[in-house]
Design a protein around this ligand. Structure first.
Ligand code: BV8
Ligand code: ZN
Length: 247
C-alpha cells in the first residue's frame, strides 16, 4: 500500500479503469450477479444483445428501464467520490469506465464510457436521441415487460444507448481509452472481471508501455504477473488516496 501511495504521489498521468464492482457499493448489482424475477432464466450477456432486443423488445427494454430506475435511485459511493477527489491531487487523471451508469459523473468526475450509457436511449433505425421518461411505479417487482417507446421522427423502436455484445465500441471513447492507457504511468483496474473485450485490453496496453498497473478486486485473479494486486473492495481507493495525500 505504501509503495503504491508513493507511486500515486509521483505519477504524471493516472488512469482509473472501472467495472461494475465500483457501482456495486451503491447497490447496483454487478453485471454478472445472478438475475432475478422475470429475467432469472437469462444470462445478462444473452440479454445485452441486438438479437435479444429484436426477439423480445419489451423484455429487453423492461430490463434496461429496471436498471435505469435503480441507477436513478442510487447515489455515488465513497469510491466514486475518492476517485473524483484524486483529480485534485494528481497532475492528470483519466477515468475510463465499462459501466453504463452515471455515478462517476454525479460524484464530480467526467469519464470515458466505453460501453455507452443507460441515460442515452436512441432510435434503433435513425439514431435519433430520445428523452425517455421513466415509467412510474416500482419496476423492481419480479421484473417487468415494457413496450419500448417509438421514435418521434421515424416511428422506429427506441433502444438503450449501450454497446451490446457483438456491437463495435464507439470510436471516440475507444480511441480515448487507448490513448490514455498508452500514455499513463499509473493504471488502476478496479472492480471488473476483466472478461469483456476489447475493454480488457486496456490494462495490458498500459503494462506494455511500462506503466505500473494496480488491480483492486475482492476476488483474487491476475491479469498479468507484473500487476500489483490489492485484494479487497474498491473502497481500498479511499485508503490509498488518504495514504498518498492525507485526505
Ligand atoms: C466487440 C453494456 C467487435 C451493456 C457491456 C462473438 C461475437 C462478437 C463479439 C464477441 C464474440 N465472442 C466474444 C466477443 C467479444 C465480446 C466479449 O468480450 N465477450 C465476452 C463475454 C467473452 N465483446 C463484444 O462483443 C464487444 N464488441 O467485440 O466488437 C466485434 C463486433 C462484431 C463481431 C466481432 C467482433 C462489446 C462488449 C460490450 C458489451 N456491453 N455493457 C449492458 O450493460 O447491458 S459489457 C458488460 O460486461 C458490462 O457493462 C461491463 O461493462 C462488462 C464487464 O463486466 P464487469 O464490469 O467486469 O462486471 P462483472 O459483473 O463481470 O464483474 C464485477 C467484478 O467486480 C467482479 O470481478 C467482482 O469480483 C468485482 N466486485 C464485486 N464487488 C466488488 C468488486 N470489486 C470491487 N469492489 C467491490 N465491492
Ligand atoms: Zn427514428
Amino acid at each position: 500500500m505504501k509503495l503504491i501511495a508513493k507511486r500515486l504521489q509521483e505519477a504524471k498521468h493516472v488512469v482509473v479503469f472501472t467495472g461494475a464492482g465500483v457501482s456495486s457499493e451503491s447497490g447496483i448489482p454487478t453485471f454478472r450477479d445472478a438475475l432475478t424475477g422475470l429475467w432469472e432464466r437469462f444470462d445478462p450477456a444473452q440479454l445485452a444483445t441486438p438479437e435479444a432486443f429484436r426477439a423480445d423488445p419489451s423484455l429487453c427494454w423492461g430490463w434496461y428501464e429496471w436498471r435505469r430506475q435503480k441507477v436513478l435511485q442510487a447515489q455515488p459511493n465513497e469510491v466514486h467520490l475518492a476517485i473524483a477527489e484524486l483529480a485534485k491531487h494528481v497532475s492528470k487523471l483519466t477515468v475510463v469506465t465499462q459501466n453504463v451508469d452515471d455515478l462517476h459523473e454525479r460524484a464530480g468526475k467526467g469519464v470515458i464510457h466505453l460501453h455507452g450509457s443507460l441515460h442515452s436511449p436512441r432510435c434503433i433505425d435513425c439514431g435519433n436521441a430520445h428523452e425517455a421518461a421513466l415509467p412510474s411505479g416500482d419496476l423492481s417487482k419480479h421484473g417487468c415487460r415494457l413496450e419500448p417507446p417509438r421514435c418521434n421522427s421515424c416511428e422506429g423502436y427506441i433502444r438503450p444507448g449501450v454497446v451490446w455484445f457483438g456491437e463495435m465500441l464507439p470510436d471516440a471513447p475507444w480511441t480515448a481509452g487507448l490513448t490514455a492507457a498508452d500514455s499513463c504511468d499509473l493504471f488502476f483496474l478496479i472492480g471488473t472481471s476483466g472478461v469483456v473485450y476489447p475493454a480488457a485490453e486496456l490494462p495490458l496496453r498500459a503494462l506494455g508501455t511500462g506503466a505500473t498497473v494496480v488491480h483492486i478486486n475482492p476476488v483474487r485473479f491476475e491479469i498479468s504477473s507484473q500487476e500489483y494486486f490489492l485484494q479487497g473492495p474498491a473502497s481500498a481507493m479511499q485508503a490509498l488516496t488518504l495514504e498518498a495525500f492525507g485526505r
